[in-house]
Design a binder for this molecule. Structure first.
Ligand code: HEC
Ligand code: HEC
Length: 745
C-alpha cells in the first residue's frame, strides 16, 4: 500500500467564535504573537538603552499551586507589571522580574508583562500559562494499542490475522520486536504484571505474552466474545460482550464473573478504584454504562442522554451509540466517551423530514463526571463532517483529548481547557480505531486498522505541524485476499467522495464488525419504511436470497443506489455504465462486473459467511434440554414452512423480479412501501443469530422474541402460537436463542 503523508490542519484562533483573553488559543500562536511584540518593541527602540519585554516561555501550572512567571529575559527594565490573564487585572508594578501567582481555575491564560524604565518608556509582552487540575489518576482503559513505557514498547492487535505485533518506539522509529500468534480475533491489549494481556473475541481467551514471546492462555466461557481488557486492582478485567459480564482474571485463571451491562464492550478504571464498562450498542433511550466495584459488590447504572435536536447541516440529535473506549482524564475530573450519534428521530415517518446524509450519523464525544457518572450533556461535542468517533486518549495533564474518526481517517485534537477543536491529522490511514500516547506526551500511536499499519505521530508541539515519525506494518501476512481487503476498506470508509458526501456515512457506521447497530431507521424517503438493521455475518451476501426485508435488491452491487442516493456520493460505477442498459434499477440488469470496487464491496459482504456462536448453547455446543424441547415446538407450530432449510428461510424469487414475500400480520402504516410501490409482505429472514439481533421484525417493533410470538402475532398468522403454554413458549424461545448455524443432529 502506498505510504501517505499526514497533513495536520490547525483550527487556530477565531474558528470557535469569540476569543476571551483567557480562552481559545494555542501556545504557538500566542508565543508567535508575543515574539512579534518583542520584535516590534526592539525595532522601534531608539533610546539611549534598549528596552524590551520578555515574559518568558509558556508554562504549565496547577490550580491552587504557585506558578512562577519570569520576566528576567527583558532588557533595560527597572519595573515589572503583570496582568496574570485570569481577569483580576493589572498587579502593582514591582522591582523584581519574577512573580508568583496562584490560579484558581484551569484554563489557558494569556499573561501580560509590561516593563518600564526610568525614562518612562514601556514595553509589553505576553506568555501563555496553561493551568490544569492536579494529576491524581494514572489512566487505564481498554484499547487496541497499548504502550509499555518502561520498555519503550507499543503493542497493537491484529484481529484479522490473530496476532499481536510488538514494536519498540525508541529513537522515534517503530521497530518490530516480535509478532506473536494469539487466540482468534484479538481486540484489545494491556500490560499486566510484566506481560502483555490480549482479549480475543472469537478465541474466548486472554492470551498472555511475556517479553520474550512466551505465551500463556486463560480460557474464558465459550462464545462469550471477550472484548475490552484492563489491568486494575492487581487483576485483569475483561468484558464478555455476549454475556454482558466482566471476567476477573487473577493469577492466570478466571476467578469471577461479574454481571455488568448487556453488550459490554469497553472498560476502564475509575479514579476511585471502581471499573466502568460501556454498552456497545445503545437502546433508543440513550447510551449506557455501568460502574462496578472490582469485587462485583456495587453496581451503578450511568447514562448518556438522548439528544432531541432536529438535524441541520451543523448539528443533529439522536442517540449516542457504538460506545467503546472510556477515556478518563489524569485529573480524575472528566471521562470522555467517543461514539456516533444516530439520528433515529429523523425520517418522514418520524418527524416528517427525510433522513439526510448528514442527519443520519454524526461523530460525538460525551463527557461525564467519573465520580458520580453524571453527564455534562451541554458539553457533548458533535463533529461536523465526521460519522463515528472510535477511540480517545487524554494527554498526560488532561489538557488535550485525541480522538480517532474511523470512517474519516483522521485524528482530532480537542483543547479540553478551552473547549476548542485544536487540529486534525488528516489521512492517517483506513479505519483508525485505537490510540495510545507515550508518557512524553509527544508520540501518539494510531492503529490504522485497515491500512494494516501502526502510525507514530509527533504531537509534542500543539502549535506545529505534527510530523509523522514512523509507520509499521501490523500483520505478518495479509490475511484477506486483495479483493476482500479492498471491499472491507470501502465498507468501512466514509472519506472517499465516491462513497458519500462530507465523510459521514460508511456502511460500517450502521454495520460495524458486520453486525447490526440495533437501530431501526426510517427509510420512508427511500421508498421503503421503518427498517431494522440486519446483521450481515452468516448471510454471506446473497446466500439467503434477495437482500433487505422487502427483497428489493438482488445483488450486493445494488448498494450503488445507496451510495449515489442516501449517502450522496458519486458512486463506484461510471455514470455511463450506471445509467445505461437498465442498470439504474435495483432489480434491473446486473451491475456485477461493471466496477472492480463495487465487486470488491460485494466480495467483502459475501465473505461474511460465519455466524457468531450462540452463548446459549451448552459448553459442548449442543442444545440444552429446554432448547431441544423448543425445537419440537418449532416443528409442530409449522415455523419451518417458511423458516426452511439450513438457512431457515424460503427467501427467493418466484418469477423474474418477483420475490417470495409473506404477510404474517406484522405490517403497519409505518412499514411503508417496497421500491416506492405497495409493500405486500416481507422476505422471510433467517433465524440464525437471533441471540444478538434484538429488536426484531422489519420495523423493530418486537423488543423480544416473546413479543414476536405473542403480542406481535395476535391472529396466528405468523405460525400458530396462541395455543402454546407459557412453558412451551419459553422452550421455543430457548431454541431460537441457540440458532447460530450449528447443524443440530
Ligand atoms: C443508516 C444505516 C445503514 C447504513 C449506512 C448501511 N446500512 Fe445496510 N442496512 C441497514 C438497514 C436498516 C438494513 C435493513 C434495510 C431494509 O431491509 O430495507 C440494512 C440491510 C443491509 C443488508 C441486507 C442483508 C440481508 O441479508 O438482507 C446488506 C447486505 C447491507 N445492509 C449492506 C450494506 C452496505 C454494503 C452498506 C454500505 C454501502 C450499508 N449496508 C450501509 C442500515 C444501514
Ligand atoms: C408464513 C411464513 C412464516 C411462518 C410460518 C413463520 N414465519 Fe417467522 N417470519 C416470517 C416473516 C415473513 C418474517 C418477517 C416479518 C417481519 O419482519 O415483519 C418472520 C420473522 C420472524 C422472526 C423475527 C426475525 C428477526 O430477525 O427479526 C422470528 C423470531 C420468527 N419469524 C420466528 C418464527 C417462529 C418461531 C415461527 C413458528 C411459530 C415462525 N416464525 C413462522 C415468515 C414466517
Amino acid at each position: 500500500m502506498r505510504a501517505r503523508s499526514t497533513l495536520w490542519v490547525l483550527a487556530l484562533l477565531g474558528c470557535d467564535g469569540s476569543r476571551a483573553p483567557d480562552a481559545g488559543a494555542l501556545d504557538a500562536a500566542l508565543d508567535a504573537a508575543a515574539s512579534e511584540d518583542a520584535a516590534l518593541d526592539a525595532s522601534t527602540d531608539a533610546g539611549p538603552g534598549a528596552l524590551t519585554a520578555n515574559a518568558g516561555d509558556s508554562l504549565y501550572a496547577v490550580v491552587g499551586e504557585p506558578a512562577r512567571l519570569d520576566g528576567s529575559r527583558s532588557i533595560g527594565a527597572t519595573r515589572y507589571q503583570w496582568d496574570f490573564g485570569d481577569g483580576r487585572g493589572w498587579d502593582a508594578p514591582r522591582g523584581e522580574p519574577v512573580a508568583e501567582v496562584v490560579y484558581e481555575r484551569p484554563g489557558r491564560f494569556r499573561a501580560f508583562l509590561t516593563v518600564l524604565d526610568d525614562a518612562g518608556r514601556r514595553r509589553t509582552a505576553s506568555v501563555l500559562v496553561n493551568v490544569t487540575d492536579a494529576i491524581v489518576h494514572a489512566p487505564r482503559a481498554s484499547g487496541s494499542v497499548a504502550v509499555w513505557a518502561a520498555r519503550e514498547e507499543v503493542a497493537v492487535v491484529s484481529p484479522d490475522s490473530d496476532e499481536l505485533a510488538v514494536f519498540s518506539y525508541a529513537e522515534d522509529t517503530l521497530t518490530l520486536v516480535r509478532r506473536v500468534a494469539t487466540g482468534a480475533e484479538p481486540r484489545t491489549v494491556t500490560v499486566h504484571e510484566g506481560r502483555w494481556a490480549v482479549a480475543c473475541a472469537a478465541g474466548d481467551e486472554v492470551t498472555l505474552v511475556a517479553p520474550d514471546g512466551a505465551i500463556a492462555r486463560v480460557a474464558l466461557p465459550r462464545a462469550s466474545r471477550p472484548h475490552g481488557i484492563v489491568s486494575a486492582s492487581g487483576a485483569l478485567f475483561v468484558t464478555l460482550g455476549a454475556l454482558g459480564e466482566v471476567a476477573r482474571v487473577d493469577g492466570g485463571v478466571l476467578v469471577a464473573r461479574l454481571p455488568a451491562v448487556e453488550d459490554a464492550r469497553g472498560i476502564a478504571e475509575l479514579p476511585d478504584g471502581r471499573l466502568v464498562v460501556s454498552r456497545w450498542r445503545s437502546p433508543d433511550e440513550g447510551g449506557r454504562l455501568v460502574a462496578l466495584s472490582p469485587d462485583g459488590g456495587a453496581r451503578e447504572a450511568w447514562a448518556l442522554a438522548y439528544d432531541p435536536r432536529p438535524a441541520s447541516d451543523t448539528e443533529s440529535g439522536g442517540v449516542p451509540s457504538y460506545l467503546d473506549t472510556i477515556a478518563v482524564s489524569p485529573t480524575g475530573r472528566l471521562a470522555a466517551i467517543p461514539s456516533t450519534q444516530a439520528g433515529i428521530g429523523e425520517g418522514l415517518a418520524r418527524n416528517g423530514l427525510p433522513l439526510t446524509f448528514e442527519g443520519t450519523v454524526r461523530a460525538a464525544v460525551s463527557f461525564l463526571d467519573p465520580a458520580s457518572g453524571a453527564e455534562d450533556f451541554a458539553g457533548r461535542r458533535l463533529l461536523d463532517n465526521r460519522g463515528l468517533a472510535s477511540a480517545a486518549v487524554f494527554s498526560s495533564r488532561g489538557d488535550f483529548l485525541y480522538l480517532t474518526m474511523r470512517g474519516s481517517r483522521t485524528v482530532e485534537r480537542f483543547d479540553v481547557l478551552t473547549g476548542a477543536r485544536a487540529g486534525t491529522a488528516l489521512d492517517v490511514g483506513f479505519a483508525p480505531q485505537g490510540l495510545a500516547l507515550a508518557p512524553d506526551d509527544r508520540r501518539l500511536f494510531v492503529d490504522a486498522y485497515l491500512s494494516r499499519e501502526l502510525v507514530m505521530l509527533d504531537v509534542g508541539d500543539p502549535g506545529a505541524i505534527p510530523r509523522e515519525l514512523s509507520r509499521a506494518r501490523i500483520p505478518s501476512v495479509e490475511p484477506l485476499s486483495e479483493q476482500v481487503l479492498r471491499g472491507k476498506i470501502l465498507f468501512n470508509d466514509a472519506a472517499d467522495p465516491r462513497l458519500g458526501k462530507d465523510s459521514y456515512l460508511a456502511c460500517a457506521h450502521c454495520h460495524l464488525d458486520g453486525l447490526a447497530d440495533h437501530r431501526t431507521w426510517d427509510f420512508t424517503d427511500r421508498g421503503e419504511g421503518l427498517r431494522d438493521t440486519i446483521d450481515l455475518v452468516g448471510r454471506a451476501g446473497l446466500a439467503h436470497g434477495p437482500l433487505h426485508w422487502s427483497a428489493n435488491f438482488d445483488e450486493v452491487q445494488d448498494f450503488e443506489h445507496d451510495l449515489r442516493g442516501a449517502f450522496r456520493g458519486h458512486g463506484l460505477m461510471a455514470d455511463d455504465d450506471f445509467f445505461a442498459g437498465g442498470r439504474d434499477h435495483p432489480l434491473g440488469a446486473p451491475k456485477a462486473g461493471r466496477s472492480a470496487d463495487l465487486d470488491a464491496l460485494a466480495a467483502y459482504v459475501a465473505s461474511l459467511d460465519r455466524y457468531l456462536p450462540s452463548p446459549h448453547r451448552a459448553a459442548d455446543g449442543s442444545l440444552p434440554d429446554a432448547a431441544a424441547r423448543g425445537r419440537a415446538v418449532f416443528e409442530a407450530a409449522g415455523c419451518g414452512r417458511c423458516h426452511a432449510g439450513p438457512a431457515l428461510t424460503d427467501s427467493g424469487f418466484v418469477a423474474p423480479g418477483v420475490p417470495r414475500l409473506h404477510d404474517v400480520g406484522t405490517l403497519a402504516p409505518s412499514s411503508g412501501q417496497r421500491l416506492g410501490a405497495a409493500l405486500e409482505g416481507i422476505d422471510t429472514p433467517t433465524l440464525h443469530g437471533l441471540w444478538h439481533s434484538a429488536p426484531y421484525l422489519h420495523d423493530g417493533s418486537a423488543r423480544t422474541l416473546q413479543d414476536v410470538l405473542t403480542t406481535r402475532n395476535p391472529d396466528d398468522r405468523h405460525g400458530v402460537t396462541s395455543g402454546l403454554s407459557a412453558a412451551a413458549l419459553d422452550d421455543l424461545v430457548a431454541y431460537l436463542l441457540c440458532l447460530d448455524g450449528t447443524p443440530d443432529p
